[in-house]
Design a protein around this ligand. Structure first.
Ligand code: DAK
Length: 269
């Protein structure tokens, strides 16, 4: 499999973007600060997302952090400390834009979480579709202990993922939980030994990429949009996305291959 390091027109400082076949790997690369999210890193993520969004050969994304110790240890406290209200607002808008772009990206995103996923790091993982954690991963929303509320969607996504009571407990107490507990409460999909983390994430990406990319994209859209509305509206959204599948050649290919008892050859069109 060819691995290419993507050279983006806009040079990235704190993020790398690699492509392996139909898979893109975004790595947040500030290990000295445990991959904490400063403005430059958020801007880099924005550029990487745009590149992936526009690349029809990419069907699935893995988002990870450089080094074994940390996925992302939160928003950059050193940068945040001296922000004025305008700076704080700009930082918040940038972060929320990037997180929402990941959440609504036209392909699934798997977070591969080696170590700390704290504050904005836990929130970043929650903006992804699927979370795979190493046995050493740790999760927390420590914001209340810093005198703030979670600001990158933690108050909204955590209760949607783990339920109201558990989310409130974690956010009010700032408790740090390990990977086993994160799995138990449904915050992560899978826990694997650290040395297998990327292989497991790639295995899941390969399983996703074996299916029709347009159908997967529409599944993501239907799930995301449907979760925000009542069931009557949600069913309409599902029907709309179901209908769109029939505009794709891959729908004909998938069904024809089944009837002809042969392997499918999806082309993302
Ligand atoms: N920001 C900046 N630097 C960080 C950092 C962070 N979040 N976390 C770690 N670092 C840096 C440390 O300062 C240290 O740098 P040097 O001193 O070596 O220069 C280096 O990373 C290694 O960290 P430690 O020496 O502390 O390593 P330890 O193993 O002792 O401890 C730790 C690891 C992860 C337990 C500890 O570093 C830690 O507690 N880190 C902070 C975790 C945290 O509280 N994270 C939540 C941040 S609050 C907003 C929206 C969202 C947010 C804010 C605003 N708006 C809408 C405006 C989000 C807020 C957050 O995420």
């Amino acid at each position: 499999m060819e691995i290419k390091n993507v050279i983006l027109e806009e040079e990235l400082k704190n993020v790398t973007l690699e492509k392996e076949g139909n898979l893109a790997i975004i790595t947040i690369n500030r290990p000295k600060a445990l991959n904490a999210l400063n403005s430059d890193t958020l801007k880099d993520l924005d550029v990487a997302i745009t590149n992936i969004e526009n690349d029809n050969d990419i069907y699935c994304v893995i988002l990870t952090g450089a080094g074994e110790k940390s996925f992302v240890a939160g928003a950059d406290i050193a940068e945040m400390k001296d922000l004025d209200s305008k700076g704080g607002e700009e930082f918040g808008l940038l972060g929320n834009k990037v997180f929402r772009r990941l959440e609504t990206l036209n392909k699934p995103v798997i977070a591969a979480i080696s170590g700390f996923a704290l504050g904005g790091g836990c929130e970043l993982a929650m903006a992804c579709d699927i979370r795979i954690a190493s046995e050493k991963a740790k999760f927390a929303q420590p914001e209340a202990g810093l005198g703030i509320t979670p600001g990158f969607g933690g108050t909204q996504r955590l209760p949607r993922i783990v339920g109201l009571g558990k989310a409130k407990e974690l956010i009010y107490t700032c408790a740090m939980i390990n990977a086993e507990e994160a799995l138990r409460i449904g915050l992560v999909n899978k826990v694997v030994p650290l040395e297998n983390l990327m292989d497991e994430a790639k295995k899941m990406a390969a399983a996703i990429n074996a299916n029709a990319p347009i159908a997967v994209k529409l599944c993501k859209d239907a799930i995301n949009r449907g979760m925000q509305v009542d069931m009557d509206k949600a069913i309409e959204i599902e029907a709309e996305d179901f209908g769109k599948c029939f505009d794709s050649e891959d729908q004909v290919e998938g069904m024809t291959a089944f009837l002809e008892r042969r392997a499918k050859n999806f082309k993302n069109n």
